[in-house]
Design a protein around this ligand. Structure first.
Ligand code: PLP
Length: 373
């Protein structure tokens, strides 16, 4: 049996072997409660604080301003759930759009930015949306879109937000480790998740400007300087530390991934695919494409049977698959139903992509999958 070809790195990444080793070691020797004052607690606290420093270095912040959370979802909620007013877009991850909907339901002003076909957020639209809203309004935008890899103009947006006296929250979950920290340097808060950069699941962070510490959402102990109640897991923190150090080192290898992606995407286009996010600046490891007349989720299932893991961006709700809301907002529901996201990582090889292409050809044209067209 040939091995699985994993091309779904935007969903999650394989944990680094060194991160797994570090976690196993900490689970054995530094499993204490980081809040305890005895030796066992101190050992665990050292692990957590070293991880905080390593992450702060990677993202260009001070360790004091890093709040560990359970992941990107909690970090986005922590930044946004108490916003008096919000400006965001339908392009965001559900951990942002669902908070926006909740705020709207509570009667707080929420403005949705217009979405262009390319999936790029126009900075000028942010200025217009902020007109007439209170100064403590939060603008929430992702640095890199999770479905298309589109890089948003965060520095330009940050300038406009600051000029308007509002606040900027950046969902940097798909950007950290892939873009330099200057990209979100203008944010008041930003979200990170370890599992998108080869660390473990279940740990992330909200990083804030010193004067923009969020009010806690969870009621409980005074961990994380009173900003996030609950015991921080030193095991997960150990994996996060290794992943953050690795992410800083591996940034240069990203141009090689882009070369592979470009060749792969050209091959997809040669087979009739339309690129979602075309025309906008995109990171070099993602291709989101629609094959006209082919249901994205069926193609994903057919590729899975052939040993290739990709994603359709669709969410399963009440037993029915919904097309990606992000792609639907960009290019309409019909094309969103045909969308497939292929996301590469640092271990992806040209040979794997060649095998993925032959699997695609079988899925699209082979007798067993003729029903896809
Ligand atoms: C852009 C973006 N934000 C937030 C999240 C949520 O992160 P987590 O899975 O750590 O809760 C994800 C994960 O898919 C994401 O891609």
């Amino acid at each position: 049996m040939t091995s699985l070809i994993y091309l779904d790195w935007n969903a999650t990444t394989p944990p680094l072997p060194e991160a797994i080793d570090a976690m196993a070691e900490v689970a054995r020797v530094a499993w204490g409660n980081p809040a305890s004052i005895h030796g066992s607690g101190r050992a665990a606290r050292d692990v957590v604080e070293t991880a905080r420093e390593e992450l702060a270095r990677l993202v260009g912040a001070s360790a004091r301003d890093v709040i560990f959370t359970s992941g990107g979802t909690e970090a986005n909620n922590l930044a946004l759930r108490r916003a008096p007013a919000l400006v965001t877009s339908a392009l965001e991850h559900p951990s942002v759009t669902r908070v926006a909907e909740a705020l709207e339901a509570e009667g707080r002003p929420v403005r949705w930015l217009p979405v262009r076909e390319s999936g790029w957020v126009e900075p000028e639209a942010v200025r217009e949306a902020l007109a007439g809203l209170p100064t403590a309004t939060v603008v929430a935008v992702a640095a890199v879109n999770h479905e298309t890899g589109v890089v948003q103009p965060v520095p330009a947006i940050a300038e406009l937000v600051r000029a308007a006296g509002a606040r900027l929250h950046v969902d940097a979950v798909q950007a950290v480790g892939k873009l330099p920290a200057e990209h979100w340097a203008g944010a008041d808060t930003f979200a990170v998740a370890a599992h998108k950069l080869r660390g473990p699941k279940g740990i992330g962070a909200l990083v804030h400007r010193p004067e923009r510490a969020p009010k806690p959402l969870l009621l409980g102990g005074s961990q994380e300087r009173g900003r996030r109640a609950g015991t921080v897991d030193p095991v997960a923190a150990a994996g996060f530390r290794v992943a953050a150090a690795w992410a800083a080192r591996s940034m240069p290898a990203r141009t090689e991934i882009a070369t592979l992606r470009d060749a792969f995407e050209a091959a997809l286009v040669g087979r009739g695919a339309r690129v979602n996010g075309e025309g906008a600046p995109r990171l070099g490891h993602v291709s989101n494409v629609s094959f006209p007349g082919v249901a994205g989720d069926e193609l994903v299932a057919a590729l899975d049977l052939l040993g290739v893991a990709v994603s359709s961006g669709s969410a399963c709700s009440a037993g029915t698959t919904e097309p990606s809301k992000v792609i639907a907002a960009m290019v309409g529901v019909a094309r969103a139903r045909e969308a497939v996201r292929v996301s590469l990582g640092d271990t992806t090889t040209a040979e794997e992509l060649a095998r993925a292409l032959s699997a695609l050809d079988r899925a699209l044209g082979g007798p067993s999958a003729a029903n896809l067209r």
